[in-house]
Ligand binder design. Structure first.
Ligand SMILES: O=c1ccn([C@@H]2O[C@H](COP(=O)(O)OP(=O)(O)O[C@H]3O[C@H](CO)[C@@H](O)[C@H](O)[C@H]3O)[C@@H](O)[C@H]2O)c(=O)[nH]1
Ligand SMILES: O=C(O)[C@H](O)COP(=O)(O)O
Length: 239
């Protein structure tokens, strides 16, 4: 019986307006037994909003990036589950900005709990709000992953993932910052485990084309590039 066997980890920074709806939608999934939110040094009321929504919240005193927030969240899950005496059957990584659409995440857990995949990755439909990206970061991650593993992901940066304990172990320590998703896919596949992309009706806050959005993409590009190079990818390798 899968009820309550999945532990959700929600990394977030400055998501006070969105985190409560996200937590409530995830907690309402039968398969989810625990929701841990990691407030990654927010300057707003993210912690209070997540606690009011019923999440277990851990807070970073200063911002450490998404990968560090995920690691903190998994450590917290382990601490809580050790006390309860039963480790989770799977981990569910959830971005804090999905709000009510996080209710669609249940489909990610099926294949992992059934043992037919070790990591599932959500692919998102077209977003209601247009983004300001030109596909550079996505292209870098997709090509790099394909070069290193032979697998060509549709949405390589998607952070909504369900992992078996073996998949998480294969990917730790996690790659830094925004490199985490790209590295997860490479590391899990290289461990001989199975990765499956699963369509999921999610909507998230997309980055715009203003200077803030472009700065964000520059940081994503840097982190994905570093994650790939540290795994043996070389920029002059076309792919
Ligand atoms: O320092 C930070 C910054 C962001 N976040 C949280 O990380 C998640 C994703 O960040 P977001 O700003 O929404 O990034 P996007 O560019 O929209 O994200 C896309 O690309 C990222 C990889 O670059 C993935 O992590 C995301 O899942 C994917 O939606 C959100 O919950 C954030 O609150 C942190 O925990 N720490
Ligand atoms: O907006 C996005 O999808 C991400 O920030 C990636 O940007 P990109 O379009 O430059 O790959």
């Amino acid at each position: 019986m899968a009820t309550g066997r999945v532990a959700a980890v929600v990394p977030c920074k400055d998501e006070a307006d969105r985190i409560a709806a996200t937590v409530q939608a995830v907690a309402a999934l039968d398969v989810v037994g625990r929701v841990v939110v990691v407030d990654d040094g927010s300057g707003d009321a993210t912690t209070a909003a997540a606690e009011a929504a019923g999440a277990d919240v851990v807070r970073h005193g200063t911002n450490r990036g998404k990968a560090a927030a995920l690691e903190t969240g998994v450590a917290r899950v382990r601490e809580l589950e050790d006390r309860a005496g039963e480790p989770p059957a799977a981990l569910l990584f959830v971005d804090g900005d999905l709000q009510e659409t996080a209710a669609a995440l249940g489909v990610l857990t099926d294949a992992v709990l059934a043992g037919s995949a070790d990591m599932t990755v959500a692919t998102l439909p077209e977003q209601l709000t247009a983004g300001g990206g030109r596909g550079l970061v996505v292209g870098l991650a997709r090509g790099g992953i394909e070069r290193l593993t032979g697998f060509r992901p549709v949405q390589p940066l998607s952070g909504m993932r369900c992992l078996s304990p073996a998949a998480y172990t294969a990917a730790t320590p996690l790659a830094r910052g925004w490199g985490v998703e790209t590295a997860l896919t490479v590391d899990v596949l290289r461990a001989g485990l199975r990765v499956l992309e699963v369509p999921c009706a999610l909507q998230h806050r997309v980055s715009g084309s203003d200077w803030r959005g472009q700065l964000h993409r520059a940081a994503q590009y840097r982190d994905v590039w570093l994650a790939l190079v540290r795994r043996g990818w070389r920029p002059w390798h076309r792919g």
